[in-house]
Design a protein around this ligand. Structure first.
Ligand code: SAM
Ligand code: SF4
Length: 414
């Protein structure tokens, strides 16, 4: 058994007792104030527990020791100092934030019908966008607070000039385990090598139709072959697992479900069918247009033998299936029919420096102006911790009081 601790301002939190091997530290949660007699009592208890744990897991001793400076906990001197994930960025529902989605631009060269309107644009002014240095600084603070994965997105992230430079900066940050990119793939193929060399670990490419004419109709972009070439290049460079995002919309592309499964098998990659969400600029979403997971599985049943794959961690958005007798995988991302908010581990940073605690948030928290006004790292840390505590329990799609967010996916960062 080990002890997991976090601290926040004048409070120290014991977040749970659990096995080191399991990542489940959610057995018990209680809070105590520093410098009270109650705390002194707890502190004694903690000290004896920590010292008795010393020989069992020196990583824990090192971790608790690190906390001592910020929370005035007295503990044993560290024997070793390997990285122990802090557990500070937790919300009120005990969900730990480990994933940060960073939108680097709100611009896009596609006009996907389920995302943007073909009429008019209102892009953010250049000076309102976070610079790469600002993103790097915030990412470092998020990593200090326990985030381990960063996904770059947009808008179309490849439209941001020299994105490779940002990838290089982020990949050098301590504590980052996974640096991914979501792109429409329009010119990924000829920059893929540079991204890989800069430290990109994975890529997800969106593709909503395997039919050239339909692809053009959905996206307004003519060069379908560019996207296929990008997928191919990502495979060659082993930016694995290469994932392809396909938003299914009834009456638009739901007749391509089996074609996409064959594509996943032939190309040995993961095609993720995503339910259409009410976050489109045109507000054309209706529940009837959502193709559910059970419909997808029914459609695939006659032709494919699908074996469910266990989730690697609870916060994974996709339910995955291996295609038996071949290669490739299918993923189902079902935020509408089977919401996964209970295990959400994500926060978003918009291109203009707002924190969004949920894709469907109706409020945003401005971190850019704080940073530009001279906030220290410690002040920003406190701000992020308090912002995460405001994370919504879940989206309210399907509830009578549901209000769609005022910005569409391309402005928020999908
Ligand atoms: N431009 C890049 C792309 O398309 O991959 C990255 C940004 S895009 C907003 C990220 C993902 O959000 C894409 O896979 C896109 O298909 C998805 N998306 C956008 N609008 C959506 C909607 N209304 N419902 C479901 N997924 C949506
Ligand atoms: Fe652009 Fe991506 Fe939105 Fe399509 S889904 S319009 S590519 S941001």
């Amino acid at each position: 058994m080990v002890l997991s601790l976090g601290s926040c301002g004048s409070q120290a939190r014991v977040l749970g007792l659990g096995s080191w091997e399991s990542s489940n530290f959610e057995l018990r949660t209680f809070t105590f104030r520093l410098r009270t007699s109650a705390f002194r009592f707890e502190q004694q208890t903690l000290r004896s527990q920590v010292s008795s744990l010393k020989t069992q897991d020196p990583r824990l001793i090192s971790y608790v020791s690190g906390l001592a400076s910020s929370s005035s906990l007295i503990c044993m001197p560290p024997a070793l100092s390997p990285k122990i994930d802090p557990v500070l960025l937790k919300d009120r529902f005990d969900r730990q934030i480990t994933d940060l989605r960073v939108s680097v631009t709100d611009r896009c060269n596609f006009k996907c019908s389920y995302c943007r309107t073909p009429h008019g644009v209102h892009f953010a002014k250049r000076e309102s966008l976070l610079t790469y240095e600002e993103i790097e600084r915030l990412a470092g603070i998020f990593l200090d607070l326990g985030v381990t994965k960063i996904r770059l997105t947009g808008g179309e992230p490849l439209l941001r000039r020299n994105l490779e430079r940002l990838v290089g900066k982020l990949s050098a940050l301590k504590g980052l385990e996974d640096l991914a990119l979501t792109t429409n793939g329009f010119n990924f193929y000829d920059r893929a090598n540079r991204f890989k060399n800069a430290g990109l670990t994975r890529v997800t490419i969106s593709l909503d139709s395997l039919r050239q004419d339909r692809f053009r109709e959905i996206t307004g972009y003519a060069d379908y072959d560019d996207v296929l070439r990008s997928i191919e290049t990502a495979k060659e460079l082993k930016l694995d697992p290469v994932k392809v995002n396909c938003v299914l919309i009834r009456g638009v592309n739901d007749d391509e479900i089996t074609d996409f499964a064959r594509f996943a098998s032939d190309w040995d990659l993961e095609v993720r069918f995503i339910e259409f969400m009410p976050i489109d600029e045109e507000e054309k979403w209706t529940r009837e247009r959502v193709v559910t997971g059970s419909e997808i599985l029914q459609t695939l049943k006659p032709e494919f033998d699908l074996t469910p794959v266990a989730r690697e961690d609870a916060s994974e958005t996709a339910q995955k299936f291996e295609i038996s007798g071949g290669a490739g995988r299918i993923g189902l991302i079902l935020p509408v029919s089977e919401p996964f908010c209970g295990n959400c581990s994500r926060v978003r940073l918009t291109a203009d420096g707002k924190i969004r605690t949920c894709l469907f948030s109706l409020v945003e928290y401005d971190v850019r102006d704080r940073m530009r006004a001279g906030a220290t790292d410690e002040e920003l840390k406190k701000f992020l911790i308090s912002t995460v505590l405001k994370k919504e329990e879940g989206h309210r799609i399907g509830e009578s009081d549901f209000v769609p967010p005022s910005r569409s996916m391309s402005y928020i960062g999908g």
